[in-house]
Design a protein around this ligand. Structure first.
Ligand code: B3K
Ligand code: ZN
Length: 873
């Protein structure tokens, strides 16, 4: 049992201050010589051993200050190297190891992707390259020499600046890179390969010219232009919004095909999953363009929040991730539509983070223990982490938040630090106490905020009774009240904001209630008539809000709320209430249905709302959200059937209007990813999918026509998905056509795999088995595997949770196979089971049986075993 606890954190008795690496890259093996300049800490006792991390390494030679060590002076195995009595002064430890990147299918450390040598070190991959203090609080300067065959690897890249290169004889060449910024080993990177590139430059606010390049496989150069454009806009934004300039003379990005994650922020040399770099209109969708812009920005922003200021230990992961997600969200909000971005982010939070927080894998944004740190790169650490930073910004206001950020950069630049240090600068800069606020980082679970209201006409007072409660989560039975920033407004009968003359009962500042206790009664005076409250505007805290609002109130908000988020939310709430009623067996209430249809129709017709917003508003809550709102004994088939019926009942009456909108939004302009064009396509494709899903006359033909005539992938894929999800008569033919037409492009093949795996139809499992059994299917590529099986486990609720258990067994069989090749992919796919405790008893049994069978097979990786153990606890 290997559990790491936050409470056990202690600095290492030795520090590595400088690293000289020599990589001799050969077709089969790579030899790595490391010269580590080591210093004991002031208080290190004589005789304290130096313990270095290793993972699947074998030691060739070892010396200190040039003198080889005798056998009894050290112990080395695959998992580490111990030098028993190192000198109690600065010394240089030299080791040599030999690596086989070709056989490294875990994609951690040095590996090959389509012939290119590349690295992934976060969190613990550097120990697969050389013996090292592989922990984020050891900051060192790195110098890297690489020698490689010129024909296989004409391009040689590492962090920092290129200081030397040349011919090495024998068909070999070399390059030497030096990174002046001390960094933890997880930010180390190296790339060697035969790559094409595009170049550009950016001049910083202080006038320094930075050379930018994006490297990719030959022939893909033109698909990197959007990524480059996104990079330059990110650099400019961080200067404008946070006063942060780039600090090296070079910024390189490399796109590789085999990558466990989205991308990696290595200092000066970001390595990207190619799906988050390549884009051209014929093969990439608006969602892909969005994702590229967002992740390019995210990795770039890490240069300050993550690299210049890094984490003391991996428990602090959300220090860099939550903050950097917040920063990339703000970037997108400033570049595009803030309201649309906020709604989309909340949709993601609710569909990914809330189920994590409400299931067996729930953990605090800052966990206090882990068995496998790779399993903590979660939506809780990232997205809930970002929500916490957002609440801080809401509580402090823009200026107060910026003051805290400035102090953070000033005080902690060059350090490896903690959540406590982060909160301390905001407290100090604003003269406030954030002790209770810190609980957000320590406590798991999604709080429930319940609000009841009372209007007293005689006294002209209006009272909101607020109550918060966080449910128990694994290992945390009791929860403390949190600081909840609740943005709100009161709306008068005419639809305008209503003012109050006084307020008491809680901290209220303008449009913000700050709830700190388990409950509070906030009373407003001088209220001439009962207002409709708009609560939690902009989703100002990541909670589940329960109110007594009637359908009438909600439809009123949908029409009048000045907060676009709550306008959207109000329509969702009406849809949810109808769905819950129908599932409980009540007959559909015609009046309520008609009212929702009418509200949808009015929203669509509005002159003041933009297309992207309308596209989000004209929808019903998804099946999984409905399931989680029910909360127990879920029957996904029933939810699916009810939702289909509801879609039809709400949207079929709007068929003419939707068709009119669809036609009016047609455009022959060339594809562009700007917000207006993206919004136009989003609404038009929303119309199509609603027409198809509500079985409107002629809709399936419309989908077929759009599929065939599309001039870009956004429109083509939208038509294909609409047809496949609804199972139209043409769906199978369209899918086959898509495969033939685009199957040779791996990233477009992923789209086909995704649509296939998401289809809510019998037979999907057999189809997936056939796909996996095809010898040409690349069984080691994370993108392919996730597109198929990841999509199925996370995004096909009826087939994954089939009553006969076939969906569960398909996934556990897959996990068992892939675990031997790539444990990170296996473990992540397995997290799809997190909903199992909420299912109805038959399905619950079936899921439990599949999980137990996986456990009984034994010999699982630590990654997968950790998820499985928590899933079954
Ligand atoms: N920091 C990397 C994540 C690395 C994941 C390792 N399992 C990407 C990012 O969050 O920017
Ligand atoms: Zn990140």
């Amino acid at each position: 049992e290997h559990t790491v606890y936050l409470k056990d954190y202690a600095p290492s008795p030795y520090r590595i201050v400088a690293v000289d690496l020599d990589f001799r890259i050969g077709a089969e093996t790579t030899r790595v010589t490391a010269q580590l300049t080591v210093e004991p800490r002031e208080d290190t006792e004589p005789g304290t051993p130096l313990v270095l991390d290793g993972d699947e390494l074998s030691l060739g030679s070892i010396a200190i200050d040039g003198a080889p060590l005798i056998l009894s002076a050290y112990a080395a195995d695959a998992n580490g190297l111990t030098v028993f009595e190192p000198p109690l002064r600065r010394f240089v430890l030299e080791t040599e190891v030999t690596l086989r990147p070709e056989g490294n299918t875990r994609l951690m450390g040095l590996y090959r992707s389509s012939g290119t040598w590349c690295t992934q070190c976060e969190p613990e991959g550097f120990r697969r390259i050389t013996y090292y203090l592989d922990r984020p609080d050891n900051l060192a300067v790195f110098k890297v020499r690489m020698t490689a065959p010129l024909d296989l690897a004409p391009v040689l890249l590492a962090n920092g600046n290129l200081i030397d290169k040349g011919d090495a004889g024998d068909g070999q060449h070399y390059a030497v890179w030096e990174d002046p910024f001390p960094k933890p080993a997880y930010l180390f990177a190296l790339v060697a390969g035969d790559l094409g590139s595009i170049t550009d430059s950016f001049t910083t606010a202080s006038g320094r010219k930075v050379d930018l390049a994006i490297y990719c496989s030959h022939g893909k150069e033109n698909q990197c232009l959007w990524a480059m454009d996104s990079l330059k806009r990110s650099m400019a934004w961080d200067e404008r919004r946070f006063g942060r300039e780039y600090d090296l003379d070079i910024f390189n990005i490399v796109a590789v095909s085999d990558f466990n994650f989205g991308a990696m922020e290595n200092k000066g040399l970001n390595i990207f999953n190619d799906r988050l770099v390549f884009a051209e209109p014929e093969t990439a969708t608006d969602a892909n363009y969005d994702g590229i812009e967002r992740v390019i920005a995210h990795e770039y922003f890490h240069n300050w929040t993550g690299n210049r200021i890094t984490c003391r230990d991996w428990f602090q992961l959300c220090l860099k991730e939550g903050l950097t997600v917040y920063r990339d969200q703000e970037f997108t909000s400033d570049e595009r539509s803030r309201a649309v971005k906020r709604i989309s982010d909340v949709v993601t939070l609710r569909s990914a983070q809330f189920p994590e927080d409400g299931g067996p894998l729930a953990h605090p944004p800052r966990p206090d223990q882990y068995r496998e740190i790779n399993n903590f790169y979660t939506t809780t650490v990232y997205e809930k982490g970002a929500e916490i930073v957002r609440m801080l910004a809401t509580l402090l206001g823009e200026a107060g938040f910026r003051k805290g950020m400035d102090l953070y950069f000033e005080r902690h630049d060059g350090e490896a630090t903690t959540i406590e240090a982060f909160l301390a600068v905001f407290a100090e800069a604003n003269g406030i106490d954030l002790e209770q606020f810190k609980t957000w980082y320590l406590q798991a679970g999604t709080p429930r905020l319940t609000v009841a209201e009372q209007y007293d006409a005689d006294k002209q007072t209006y009272t909101l009774r607020l109550r918060q409660e966080t449910p128990p989560t694994p290992g945390q039975p009791d929860k403390a009240p949190l600081v909840l920033p609740i943005k709100f407004g009161l709306i008068g009968p005419n639809g305008s904001p209503m003012a109050w003359s006084g307020v008491s009962g809680a901290e209220v500042r303008d449009d913000l209630i700050v709830l700190k206790d388990a409950s509070a009664e906030v009373t407003f005076t001088g209220i001439p008539s009962r207002p409709v409250p708009s609560l939690l505007r902009g989703f100002s805290a990541p909670v589940i809000l329960q109110t007594e609002a009637s359908q009438q109130d909600q439809l009123f908000l949908a029409r009048h709320d000045s907060d676009p988020f709550n306008r959207w939310q109000a329509l969702q709430d009406v849809g949810m209430a109808l769905a819950l009623d129908a599932i409980s067996g009540a007959p559909l209430n015609d009046g309520a249905l008609t009212a929702l249809s009418q509200a949808m129709s009015d929203t669509l017709a509005s002159d003041s709302l933009d297309n992207a917003f309308k596209a989000l508003a004209l929808s019903l809550p998804d099946e999984q959200l409905i399931g989680r709102t029910i909360g127990k004994d879920i029957d996904p088939d029933k939810i699916h059937a009810v939702r289909e019926r509801l879609l039809q009942a709400v949207f079929e009456p709007l068929a003419d209007q939707m068709l009119g909108t669809y036609n009016a939004l047609a455009s022959s302009a060339p594809y562009a990813p700007d917000p207006a064009s993206t919004g136009r396509r989003a609404l038009r494709n929303r119309m199509l999918s609603l027409l198809v899903a509500s079985d409107a006359a002629g809709a399936s033909l419309l989908a077929l026509k759009q599929y065939e005539g599309a001039s870009n992938m956004t429109d083509r894929l939208a038509a294909l998905s609409a047809a496949s999800n609804a199972g139209t008569p043409d769906a199978a033919g369209m899918l086959a056509n898509f495969r033939t037409r685009f199957g040779a492009d791996p990233l477009v093949l992923d789209k086909w795999l995704t649509v296939t795996a998401a289809a809510p139809r019998e037979g999907v499992i057999e189809d997936m088995k056939a796909i996996l059994a095809d010898p040409s299917f690349p069984k080691t590529n994370p993108n392919r595997l996730r597109s198929l099986v990841g999509t199925f486990a996370m995004g096909n609720p009826t087939q994954f949770a089939r009553a006969d258990g076939a969906g569960f067994r398909f996934v556990t069989d897959f996990v068992s196979d892939v675990d031997k090749v790539n444990p990170q992919v296996a473990a992540r796919v397995l997290t799809g089971f997190r909903i199992w405790p909420m299912l109805e008893s038959g399905r619950r049994e079936a899921a439990n049986a599949a999980l137990l069978a996986l456990r009984d097979k034994g010999s699982l990786s630590r990654n997968t075993a950790d998820i499985l153990t928590r899933m079954l606890a």
